[in-house]
Design a protein around this ligand. Structure first.
Ligand SMILES: [Zn+2]
Length: 379
């Protein structure tokens, strides 16, 4: 099957109350790690690329690697998503490159740093929704501002500052009505990058109640948690043991994410955990076998370490076992789904027209029969 629109995967996740990990990629080994984990667990897949990933891979390498993933895994539905598009131009160029889903992050200005206004956010997001839906491509928007910076994108807010930019549920409801997005990223105190929290997050930094309130107001909107790596202490430990210098840091506990999934979170962005797993495995190989210089010797364990993270998240979020159950629609088939439905009045007019046409046709068919009856003298 071709790459599928993300909306199809999110709808199935919502109907069956599970979440989907969205893993960031930059190279072949990361894509392979995700696909191997998905194959082993029969999981639907969301692969996402930031602007940084697209320039790192020149788009073309990334596109062909994704096509390879599709070719080698014909039974797995795979969505290709632009992470944090900073402008409509970025999103449109992603669609041209074959992405089946885009995020327009209008919560920041086009510089990807300065928090923007609500009006600006609605304007750029609506523009992307119109263009993307015309091609059956899914759209994620963002309301509220996350902490931290990732791949040069982010307002760089500390977790204390991020707490002031938590999504307002009422505004979220208005935003979805104003833009028509398929999915909505919400800020609940999480941060991008490895340094999220200086202590294990509790209710005062991670405001899960906001997600619950947004879900109550928008039961049919797919919510997205960004900055949701769990930063496992054992992965940090491996890096430190083999010479790396990671300061004390904590991520979003998997059990908190699962709580979010119970309240409408359908997409969970995971990047840092995969990076940590890869780095730890490479450091370990270098430390234990300093004579190695064949990249395959350290990239193979790195790929395996990332695969283990993917396996764990796919299982914990509930997407495992669902790939084969999803009824697939292509982007082309999604175009009619997004087309504005005719208004009730127009629909009624159409029905009347149809009935009149039928009656006229019936009468016309009866007339020659009468004539011939007259001719034959049977009256
Ligand atoms: Zn993000």
């Amino acid at each position: 099957m071709p790459l599928v629109p993300m909306r199809i995967l999110l709808d199935h996740a919502a109907e069956n109350n599970y979440g989907l990990a969205a893993f960031n990629v930059n190279n072949m080994e990361q894509i392979q790690a995700i696909m191997e984990a998905a194959k082993e667990t029969d999981s639907p897949v969301i692969v996402q690329a930031s602007r940084g990933a697209r320039s790192y891979t020149n788009d073309a390498y990334l596109r062909h690697l994704m096509l390879a993933a599709v070719e080698l895994n014909p039974k797995l539905p795979i969505a290709m998503h632009q992470d944090h598009g900073n402008s409509p131009e970025t999103c449109l160029s992603a669609i041209k490159q074959g992405f089946t889903s885009v995020m327009m992050d209008g919560s920041l200005s086009a510089d990807g740093k300065t928090p923007s206004t609500y009006e600006y956010n609605v304007q750029v997001t609506r523009q992307v929704v119109r263009a993307a839906h015309a091609k059956g491509v899914s759209v994620e928007g963002e309301i509220g501002t996350l902490g931290g910076i990732e791949d040069g994108h982010g307002a760089g807010l500390s977790s204390a500052e991020a707490a002031k930019h938590i999504t307002d549920p009422q505004q979220a409801q208005q935003f979805v009505a104003d833009t028509g997005v398929d999915a909505l990223a919400v800020a609940i105190g999480t941060s991008h990058g490895a340094y999220k929290f200086t202590h294990k997050p509790t209710g005062d930094v991670l405001v899960m109640s906001v997600i619950e309130e947004i879900h109550r107001r928008l039961p049919n909107c797919h919510l997205v948690m960004h900055g949701s790596s769990s930063v496992p202490q054992e992965l940090l430990e491996i890096i430190r043991r083999y010479g790396g210098q990671m300061k004390e840091t904590y991520g979003v506990p998997v059990e908190e994410i699962r709580r979010g999934i119970q309240h409408g979170v359908r997409k969970v962005n995971v990047d840092t955990d995969c990076r940590l797993a890869i780095t730890g495995a490479i450091r370990k190989t270098f430390a234990e076998s300093p004579e190695e210089f064949d990249p395959r010797k350290y990239l193979t364990p790195a790929r395996e370490a990332m695969k283990q993270v993917c396996l764990a998240r796919m299982t914990a979020f509930g997407q495992a076992g669902n790939a084969g159950k999803i009824r697939i629609k292509t982007c082309k088939q999604m175009i009619s789904f997004y087309k504005p439905k005719p208004k009730a009045k127009t629909r009624a007019k159409k029905v009347v027209k149809k009935v009149v046409k039928k009656v006229v046709k019936k009468l016309a068919a009866k007339r020659p029969a009468k004539k011939s009856a007259r001719k034959s003298g049977r009256r």
